[in-house]
Design a protein around this ligand. Structure first.
Ligand SMILES: [Zn+2]
Length: 458
């Protein structure tokens, strides 16, 4: 056992092994189901076949969607990796959990609200064996996102491809105890910039006429050329081809992961959630990347597969904070009411659920880029964008789902903004009560370099 810390020190890698973490507590109940969360970084919902994309980017996801509940309007709280993942694992909004960027303007790290538990920590207390396998530095252990995971695996450098992440997950699954339920979170990062599918990608896109794709793009009115904040030029066709190739590659590894789950876990009951953390601009509204509140940045894929859950498509606007209540509405775990007491989201599948608009915001990184904070409030029909320094913009998603032209309706716009500001004040007040807002200056030189490489630090 002395060897292991030595190996970790030498390899600089905390790759998952069976002897990591604290001893497992007794099981809180018999027959608790396996829970599996797969997150797809930077994956726009509308670039997947199940959401109507004309290219064959996602055969595995699409086949899953046929058997699952597919959420057609999953809206993330921030088009930024760490804040949205923190929402997914706590059931709260960024103003509550306090993680307002991958890293703060100025290089300090946000500390998740000490008054919140993660889903992982709670499951670990029930006797779940827990493993997290992530692909990029913004989700490093030091951010607090790893709280409760008994086994943890993250890249040694900035990021790693789905091939390696899947191998790590399969390695953990092969030794996971068969007499205990598991909570496994696997995070894929491939579609994030740079868009460079591997040599052995299962499909390459581009180079042939694609009238269906051209029409699809025309409907969204992207710029042929746009520029990242770094000044990097982004050519639309090249970006879309590479981005789609990355999604297709990631999708293939998702298939490998699902096959391995079936093999390793047999007939044990399982709830599977596949969720995006945010979209990508791909030159719409002049933005190549993500981080803004345009719908193409906020609309991500979400599906849930569970025993006895009839497949269907759900048009309800759904938030990241809703995912845990949805899952806990499908299973029966001891003490779940106690955990749900911290959750601000809702089970949108529950009978009688009243659909409501979902609040999103930009990250504090925008201030580093010289931009003011922006908010969006997305409802079944209207989405408004507002901020301190802009007139409120109102979009009608029934007639203009890609937000091409603001609607001139000052009364509706003002009502949307006022409601959004009131909701934000409630969330911020709860954040204060939970201890949100603390930052620490603990980035290592390697992390600082990695975050700079990803464009998250100056
Ligand atoms: Zn992300």
């Amino acid at each position: 056992m002395i060897l292991r810390p030595l190996l970790v020190a030498l390899l600089g890698c905390t790759c998952g092994t069976p002897d990591e973490g604290p001893a497992l507590p007794p099981l809180a109940a018999p027959n608790m189901p396996d829970l599996v969360l797969v997150t797809l970084d930077t994956t726009r919902a509308d670039h997947l076949g199940a959401y109507g994309y004309p290219r064959d980017t996602s055969p595995v996801f699409d086949a899953l969607a046929e058997r699952a509940v597919l959420f057609e309007r999953f809206v993330v709280p921030m088009a930024t990796t760490l804040p949205t993942h923190t929402s997914l694992l706590t059931g709260t909004w960024p103003a509550e959990h306090g993680v307002l960027a991958n890293v703060e303007h100025g290089g300090r790290r946000f500390v998740p609200s000490p008054g919140l538990r993660t889903f992982t920590s709670w499951l670990a207390g029930l006797g779940y064996d827990t493993a997290g396998v992530v692909s990029a530095m913004p989700l490093s252990r030091a951010t607090g996102i790893a709280r409760g995971f008994r086994s943890w695996s993250q890249p040694r450098g900035t990021e790693r491809p789905a091939r390696i992440t899947t191998n790590r997950a399969l390695g953990w699954l092969a030794q996971a105890p068969s007499d205990r339920p598991i909570f496994l979170w696997v995070h894929y990062y491939d579609p994030h910039n740079p868009y460079a599918p591997p040599e052995d990608a299962p499909a390459r896109f581009g180079g042939t006429p694609e009238p269906a794709l051209d029409a699809w793009l025309d409907a969204r009115a992207p710029d042929k050329v746009a520029y990242r904040p770094t000044g990097e030029r982004v050519d639309l066709q090249q970006a879309v081809d590479g981005y789609d190739g990355e999604i297709r590659t990631m999708d293939g590894y998702l298939g490998q992961l699902l096959d391995a789950l079936d093999e390793a876990r047999g007939t044990r009951a399982r709830v599977l959630v596949v969720a995006g953390d945010h979209g990508e601009g791909l030159n719409q509204h002049g933005e190549p990347g993500h981080g803004q509140v345009w719908t193409e940045h906020l609309h991500a894929p979400l599906l849930v597969l569970a025993p006895g859950l009839a497949p269907r498509r759900v048009p309800t606007v759904t938030a990241a904070a809703d995912v845990l209540p949805i899952v806990l509405g499908l299973v029966d775990l001891p003490g779940e009411a106690d955990f749900l007491a911290q959750v601000s989201g809702a089970d949108v599948l529950a009978p009688g659920f009243q659909e409501r608009p979902v609040l999103s915001q930009t990250s504090e990184r925008q201030e580093m880029l010289g931009r003011r904070l922006r908010y969006a409030r997305t409802g079944p029909r209207w989405a408004c964008h507002f901020g301190e320094d802009i007139p409120t913009r109102l979009y009608d998603h029934l007639t203009d789902p890609h937000e091409l032209a603001a609607v001139d309706d000052p009364a509706t716009a003002q009502a949307c903004r006022d409601a959004g500001m009131a909701e934000l004040a409630v969330l911020a007040q709860r954040g204060v009560e939970l201890g949100a807002g603390r930052t620490v200056d603990d980035l290592t030189d390697a992390e600082r370099a990695a975050l700079e490489e990803l464009g998250y630090l100056e």
